[in-house]
Write a protein of this length. Sequence first.
Length: 320
Amino acid sequence: MPKLTSLEICAGAGGQALGLEQAGFKHIAAVENDHWACETLRQNRDNPEMPVDERWPVLELDVHDLRGDDYYGIDLFAGGVPCPPFSVAGKQLGAEDERDLFPKALELVRGARPKAVMLENVRGLSQPRFTTYRNAILKELHEMGYATEWHLIKSSDYGVPQLRPRFILVALMPSYAQDFSWPDPELTPPTVGETLYEEMASLGWLGAESWANYANTIAPTLVGGSKKHGGPDVGPSRAREAWRKLGVRGTSIAEFPPTSQDPLGHIPRLTVKMGQLLQGFPPEWEFMGGKTAAWRQVGNAFPPPVAKSFGRAIKAALQE
């Protein structure tokens, strides 16, 4: 069967788009306003070395400049709208935060009339303080004719080696909603040690194997920070302490893995490459920009394996 079409806003470095592509969707456009994230998208999916039918048209623009009716009739409208309005790491201003893009997303849905919608955000949006806000979103989608539901999931239930809870909204037109089922947990995730051993040992560090055996659980949630707050590190003190228990120094992000010159008991730092592996990106994915810009993209990404699982569930409903 031909691939289903999708439009994604706030595409970031392509985690959700990659997962949806793996599930069988063809992107009409990936929309993002961060320059380095757009460079990452172009580097990996919009370059001349790829077959034309596999490239992603990358639109580097403010989502407010997008018109939904230009994409009327697409199969899926997707996106990871900015999380700072709802993140526990911020002020949780919700609708009063200028970065809240849910109203624009709903406007685009109204114009595009997709068969299905998938929007993801942080766990903070599931808190009781945002009940009225969530209900207003559902009410508007219901008025457009969609059957909708929120779900709080853990990325580790879909093979990702970190907790990374996400709050996901799926909306479908009624004729498809009856065939939609939320994807069941699929895979037991690998541990941090299993995921990062090869990278930790890549420059000859003799302590890599013992470190990997010690880091024998899944990771806490990676944090990327925003343009206003956060730098290239694993997050605030609580996050750093969680990483320390895994034998990782979280005060900064390293340029390179440990080397043969580092002692057996060396406490390593994460690199951008290690972060992308913990998010479920393929090793060949390239993140563009300096360390801070690249880490922000990695830490804020939606894990591709999770997007793939939900994409498959939506695809199955649409094809029924």
